[in-house]
Design a protein. Structure first.
Length: 346
């Protein structure tokens, strides 16, 4: 844990305060952000049972405006689909304000399978890739001690209402806690493409971490989550490296799932915009982790605006669903499940 924190902090200090500005497409619709912390309730009345609290500045979409209890001289309540619980909830209209999001911000948390992904997957099976293995590509927020490994240890998680995901956990047994060659505390989108960063005890001469990981694991799916970047390098450069990562996996018949990141240290969401752009142009699944934690206290971030808030992964305890590490593991599992199931039924 200490090593994880120190390395991430060093990378955090090297991230620029702003990257090159980029014009983004925006979407008109009934999107709002909470003004302060508020509650999503089961009906449009102040005494209705609580579904869960929403933090200040939480982004959400309004399905409809309905009548309910009067507050602040209006009876208008917002009807909202809560992505986490799947419930329809209600929030008084004076507790939020209109917001026009960038396109990437409202991409679904859990992706859907595309025809392109199906073609990649089927070609990969012909190449000998394993339908019951996945790999990870990532930095300090993806090391196995925190990310997904708990699903290989039944004592470390409880699915609660998400127990329908157990079959996918079983299908990919041993991939969850696997110490892959493409994840390391110090990795970024450039280093995973360089043989200098490969483990000489596991990798062959000249192999970069991606090539080494593919040779050793031959997965059918890979989840790519790269939060950190280096000082004075623009988002366009990050995007270029991300394209190389994606093309490597596609060429080898592995379906990439790209992830957005939680923080906005660069100031303009440049890296998330780049991830969304690459996922869209290559027509591959996107796991919008950023959106999944916007309703959490502090938008899921610690006081340094980088590290995720921590709790153990017991989803039958509503309190733990207010911390971002359990949500990270849950939504990553949901993304893998959605992609795998979609590849079987498409």
């Amino acid at each position: 844990m200490l090593k994880y924190s120190i390395v991430c902090l060093l990378i955090l200090l090297m991230i620029p305060t702003a990257l090159a500005q980029e014009t983004s497409e925006v979407v008109d619709g009934m999107y709002y952000r909470t003004i302060g912390q508020t509650n999503l309730r089961e009906c449009p009345e102040v005494d209705c049972p609580l579904i869960r609290p929403y933090a200040g500045q939480a982004l959400f979409e309004v399905n409809a405006i309905v009548d309910g209890d009067e507050l602040n001289e209006t009876t208008d309540w917002f009807e909202v689909n809560d992505f986490l619980t799947g419930q329809v909830g209600y929030m008084h209209s004076t507790l939020a304000e209109p917001f026009t999001p960038d396109t990437w911000m409202i991409a679904p948390v859990v992706p859907q399978v595309t025809d392109t992904a199906l073609e990649i997957y089927q070609r990969g099976l012909e190449l000998g890739n394993h339908h019951d293995r996945f790999s990870k590509v990532g930095d300090c927020q993806n090391v196995s001690s925190h990310f997904l490994s708990i699903f290989d240890d039944p004592s470390e998680y409880a699915l609660g209402e998400f127990d329908g995901l157990q079959s996918t956990i079983d299908h990919f047994a041993e991939s969850w806690a696997r110490e892959g060659e493409a994840v390391d505390n110090g990795f970024n989108v450039a280093s995973v493409l360089s043989p200098l960063w490969s483990d000489p005890e596991a990798c062959q001469p000249g192999e970069n971490p991606l090539q080494c990981e593919y040779r050793l694991n031959k997965p059918s799916i890979v989840i790519v989550s790269m939060e950190t970047w280096w000082a004075q390098r623009p988002a366009e450069e990050y995007e270029g490296y991300m394209r190389q990562i994606v093309e490597f996996w596609i060429d080898n018949g592995v379906v990439p799932i790209l992830a957005t990141k939680a923080d906005n240290l660069e100031g303009d969401y440049g890296l998330n915009k780049a991830v969304y752009k690459v996922a869209t142009e290559y027509d591959i699944p996107l796991w919008n982790f950023w959106l999944s934690i916007q309703t959490l206290p502090g938008n899921g971030l610690s006081d340094d605006d980088f590290h995720l808030t921590f709790a153990r992964n017991f989803y039958d305890d509503p309190v733990r669903l207010q911390y971002s590490w359990p949500i990270r593991n849950l939504t990553a599992l949901q993304a893998i499940d959605a992609v795998y199931q979609g590849l079987q039924t498409s």
